[in-house]
Design a protein around this ligand. Structure first.
Ligand code: NAD
Length: 254
């Protein structure tokens, strides 16, 4: 099928002002996508949707939802389907980090990390795929992390690394089942990016520390990850599926 002109991208976890998702949403809006922002912070989701509509002149919707709750996800995606053009792209970004060392982690924290990062990706993807399979077209991008590949090593520890590694296996297996439906599934695995997920806005000292081993000597920007995601969602990426893209300034080899 041809790449549709009239199309919506759903982004989970794209409400936070300095997050990767917000920057990605702006980038996709610039490329002509209608934008749906699904986030547990409903007020921020509405605010993001409004500012993106105002800046880029595209249709947008902000919806409050907890990605780890099936009913909440069903309602949110239902609202997007009722209000915006067909969902062609899904970007799974909703996530939390976990700096707790292995011997200190509790079953409750473990479950929370997996509920949001992993189960949330499963629930939203399954709900969005219904329409994509019907239309025989779709692109799914899920955000893993270099922590999955290197076993943490920067901020997050075992639980987060395991959940983000899960995203990679999830994506590869999903791609296998979805190829025949005209749907691709890929991951991006960012290194340290200058957002607030690591316990608040990064100090210069923390940035310098996170840059150790990064070949280009700095942390990455939200826009750099957004541009990669936009490419993977875009018209020219139809032969890419089951792939994981490193975007970490070379940290993967150090
Ligand atoms: P962020 O904290 O700015 O964004 C995370 C968003 O997820 C927030 O808007 C938050 O409200 C939302 N969220 C949290 N729990 C939710 C839930 N239950 N339901 C719906 N939404 C929920 O962080 P970010 O750095 O932009 O992270 C985006 C993604 O990128 C995450 O999956 C993160 O693990 C991943 N990532 C980040 C980095 C980094 O260095 N910042 C590196 C690798 C991967």
């Amino acid at each position: 099928a041809d790449f549709p002109d009239d199309r919506t991208a759903v982004l989970t976890g794209a409400a936070s002002e300095r997050g990767i998702g917000r920057a990605t949403a702006h980038r996709l809006a610039r490329d002509g996508w209608a934008i749906a922002i699904v986030d547990i912070d409903g007020a921020a989701a509405h605010g993001a949707a409004e500012s993106i509509a105002a800046e880029h002149g595209v249709r947008t919707l902000g919806v409050a939802a907890d990605v780890s709750d099936p009913a909440s996800v069903d309602n949110a995606i239902g609202a997007v389907e009722a209000d915006l053009p067909p969902i062609v792209g899904l970007v799974n970004l909703a996530g939390i980090s976990s700096p707790t060392k292995f011997m200190d982690i509790t079953p409750e924290e473990w479950d929370r990390v997996f509920a949001i990062n992993m189960k949330g990706t499963y629930l939203v993807t399954q709900r969005v795929l219904r329409g994509m399979i019907e239309r025989e077209f779709g692109r799914v991008v899920s955000v893993s992390s270099i922590s999955a590949q290197r076993g943490g090593g920067s901020y997050s520890k075992v639980a987060y690394s395991a959940a983000k590694a899960g995203i990679i296996g999830f994506t590869r297996a999903l791609a296998r089942e979805m190829g025949e439906h005209g749907i691709t599934a890929n991951c991006v695995a960012p290194g340290p990016i200058d957002t607030d997920i690591m316990g608040g806005t990064l100090t210069e000292e923390h940035k310098a520390q996170l840059s150790e081993g990064v070949l280009v000597g700095r942390v990455g920007t939200q826009g750099e990850v957004g541009a990669l995601i936009a490419f993977l969602l875009g018209a020219d990426s139809g032969f890419i599926t089951a792939a994981t893209y490193d975007i970490n300034g070379g940290l993967q080899v150090s």
